[in-house]
Write a protein that binds this ligand. Sequence first.
Ligand code: PMV
Length: 310
Amino acid sequence: MTHFAKASAPGKIHLIGEHSSVYGKPAILCAINKRVVVVLKRTAKDNFFKDDKIAREAVISIRSYIKEKYKVKNIPVWIDVTSTIPVGRGLGSSASLSAAISQAFFSLYRINAGPDEVFNAAYAGEKIFHGNPSGGDLAVCVYGGVIWFRKETENIKLIKKIKVDPSTFKNVLLVDSGKPVESTREMVVDIVGKKEVGKFLIAQEKLTKEVSDSLINNKQKLLRESIVSSGKNLEKLGVVGKQAQKIIFDLSNLGDSAKVSGAGGFKEGSGIILVFCKNISRTKKYCKEPENPLEFMEFKLESKGVIIEK
Ligand code: PMV
């Protein structure tokens, strides 16, 4: 009998398609080299996330999915989580956690699940975190790499890997505009029924196709232009706060191409801004200016999605 299981999953960035993906439009997401690591141990009684009701319910929901689907008994567990993914910044911390917990439960149950099954069980957890998620975050955390994602129906999600020249992301920084006070769930609910949504969806779908073309055919200029346009559309939709808008404006004056990546936030911070830098040293200098100062990080693309750890 297995008493112990360990799994990890990467965080993500949205190149394009946040919010529109909830409405069945495509998104392009990249897994990044920041990971969450989850350890599950069998115990007599459940012992996890005592101060976090939502995370606790998400775990229970993932385990219930596996129990019902595979007709297995309940296994009470103790859970330990370590992570290098900043929380609540649009870097996929909850999707990554759901993916790693799902994989770890499958290992504990000694069920040899493929990525689709790890995704399905983890999706039960993601619904607890976000209410009506597209599944895009989770897909890239499970499969890794760079993906084209589209939620066709609740049960059919198109996930296609895109091969990308790693040099595409050589001069890219993630700049933190501050933690949003709104949750992803609140941001998604906030745009429901807005009159701008129809136009937004059409425009983002067109730009997402342009981004895929620019990645596949290494068209750097088109990539940067599409990124900027998609960010402007997110601003018009009202998911980008004043602080993030100012940073994006300042960076555009330096010749950078920047957009918010993820659900955003409008009252205070809007999470991570994805910045294709013209001159990375100059962008870092801007972030360090005493009147700003802004946290930033570099990253690499991560080809590995969720994995079983030894
Ligand atoms: O939670 P975040 O910031 O990674 O954003 C998720 C992306 C959304 O499109 C806003 C929601 C979704 O489910 O796709």
